[in-house]
Design a protein around this ligand. Structure first.
Ligand code: LLP
Length: 412
């Protein structure tokens, strides 16, 4: 996608480098990321929110490489974490603990202790038992811990059913009606500082209107709490802004998104919004580059393009029937034909594309799977004892290997 990932005549480029030149040096499979694209996406969000009081917390689950988290941390972002492992990575990336928010339904005693020790900004609490546990640990450590309750607003984000989170049947957050009571209990806990409310209605929203409904509910909620002398400083809106994976879609209206979020709180100028963007920041910056190993035809007229990457490196097509564009790294000007693009894993779900029209490719050619920078390598596995791809960060005229090729020793 211009101007960070584009064709220069027949060559796929990332920033000022030919993708082919990079991977002929490093090998495949490899995730390549454009630093310029990361910064551009963040810039768009910042611009949309203008002068509003907003803390952007990079949702590092989308792409947890610490070099990538560092790109956002260096721009002043906080980090949204969901495990002790992510806390560790965030701190290694140089994140300011006072800008770390911690969500997740199953925080263990060890994880809670570590986060208190690190001095994070707040826990996004997802159940009453979790609240009790945090209070117990905080008491034992003689610390006061700041929390938000994650409220489930019961709003339909109208996205893929596997990635909605704010509906009644989802495991996330606390039932809206039960929340008030739990807030009151939290207020009475000596080692708990009630600071905010939190919600996250789902992921990959291209139409931002569901935020309107959710934020109306949130604002009403905060008013109710304030009337009970429960002070709320932070409204954490979670993540969810989507990207157009297909040409017929367009990027969400960020200005409208910002207005829907801040609008209902116009009469509460002391509120700071926390945003946890993930996909929007990284998805479009990343491509997964893979080499064609074999071409196989069958007598039903089907052609399989068999590559050195698959569902163990990018599970989105298999898990969500997600569409990712697949481009030749070097165009050869051949006619297009219909193929299935499949990987090495011993599962029929191991495909990147079915019945896809692409320029005819041959053994040894390179293909790039686009929009792979979010929920790509992080959802990868060592299934069938394959190693994970390398990761490479491209910055204008140079690149850096930010995750080396794994050896058998690493994974065995
Ligand atoms: N905050 C919370 C509490 C979340 O659960 C998530 C994502 C985010 C922020 C970041 O959301 P984003 O801005 O990226 O939409 N693996 C799926 C998506 C799962 C989303 C999980 N939660 C996919 O590949 O589409």
């Amino acid at each position: 996608k211009a101007p960070y990932i584009y064709y220069d005549e027949q060559n796929l480029m990332m920033e000022n480098l030919k993708v082919e030149d990079i991977v002929r040096e490093t090998g495949t499979p490899a995730y390549l990321y454009s630093k310029g694209s990361f910064l551009n996406q963040l810039g768009q969000l910042k611009e949309a929110f203008g002068q509003s009081k907003v803390l952007f917390c990079y949702s590092m689950k989308v792409c947890h490489n610490r070099n990538i988290a560092k790109v956002f941390v260096d721009e002043g972002c906080g980090v949204d974490i969901v495990s002790g492992g992510e806390l560790y990575r965030a701190l290694k990336a140089g994140a300011d603990p006072k800008k770390i928010v911690y969500s997740g339904v199953a925080k263990t005693v060890k994880e809670i202790r570590e986060a208190i020790e690190a001095g994070i900004l707040m826990f996004n609490v997802e159940s009453e038992q979790e609240l009790l546990r945090i209070n117990e640990i905080a008491t034992a450590m003689d610390k006061t811990v700041s929390i938000a309750l994650r409220i489930n607003p019961g709003v339909d984000a109208k996205t893929h059913p596997y990635i909605t989170t704010g509906m009644k049947e989802n495991k996330f957050g606390i039932d809206c009606e039960m929340g008030i009571d739990i807030f009151q209990k939290a207020m009475k806990m000596k080692h708990i500082q009630v600071s905010g409310i939190d919600l996250h209605i789902g992921s990959q929203l291209l139409d931002v209107t569901p935020y309107g409904e959710a934020m109306q509910i949130a604002a009403e909620y905060v008013r109710t709490l304030r009337a009970m002398d429960i002070s709320i400083r932070y409204v954490d809106v979670g993540g969810g802004i989507g990207i157009p994976y297909t040409e017929d879609k367009s990027s969400p209206d960020l200005k409208k998104y910002a207005e829907l979020i801040t609008g209902p709180f116009k009469d509460m100028p002391d509120i700071t919004f926390i945003l946890e963007p993930g996909r929007f920041l990284t998805a479009q910056a990343g491509i997964l580059v893979t080499e064609v190993q074999y071409i196989k035809d069958n007598s039903y007229g089907k052609r399989f393009v068999i590559i050195d990457s698959g569902m163990h490196h990018l599970i989105r097509p298999c898990l969500y029937q997600a569409y990712h564009n697949i481009l030749p790294v070097t165009k050869k000007g051949k006619a297009e034909r219909e193929v299935d693009i499949v990987g090495p894993i011993c599962e029929s779900t191991d495909f990147f594309a079915k019945n896809r029209m692409i320029e005819e490719v041959a053994q040894g050619d390179l293909l790039a799977v686009t929009d792979a920078g979010a929920y790509g390598i992080v959802m990868g596995s060592h299934y069938n004892s394959h190693s994970l791809p390398m990761e490479i960060l491209v910055d204008r005229d140079s690149y850096k290997i930010i995750r080396r090729k794994e050896t058998y020793e690493d994974i065995a």
